[in-house]
Ligand binder design. Sequence first.
Ligand SMILES: [Zn+2]
Length: 212
Amino acid sequence: MIKKFFSAVVVLQIFFMNFVYAQEIIDKPVPMSENRLRLTREYSQKHYGTSQTEIIPQAVVIHWTAGPTWESAYYTFYNDDRGDGTVNVSSQFIVDRDGTIYRITPENFLARHVIGYNHCAIGIENVGGVDNVEDLTDAQLAANIFLINYLRGKFPTIKYIFGHYQQTAARESGLYIENVQGYYSLKSDPGPKFMGELKKVFENDGLIFFPL
Ligand SMILES: [Zn+2]
């Protein structure tokens, strides 16, 4: 009964916020083994100076997978280990090209998807962007809008939205922490077109964006 009431509230909230339809979130968790948790604590200790596996989300970072299917992204994120004794990369969500949303780790899990911000950022990986082509779909845009609204409803601490390629500009937020000197990788995802669409929807709605 309480659950039903809560769902109704979420649906109403989303309807009034941006006039998008509520979507289903499909749980497709990667294995959350003791080993993954241990490697996550190690990563957090090394890069952020805190041995944590959970986060208080303050930002949502938008990505593309640079791969053709949601399964290819999912199985890239599946193993505990990246193959070099460090925790594997992952994100909390994958959004398929038809807008289907998969939740692959708990929302407040410290997932490794963006250098400098994993301690406070939820990642949304959108399937697409092969060869750096800005080809994310309208269905993915709608799903990202839904997810951002859902997440900010659940975590009022979320203030910032940025694309992975905006990682340097986003340092202005003060959220960036990286204790390993020179640890950085250049990114182009998900491109200014997709971020521009999200900015149009949310920038006058209390969320902070960075130059496209
Ligand atoms: Zn990315």
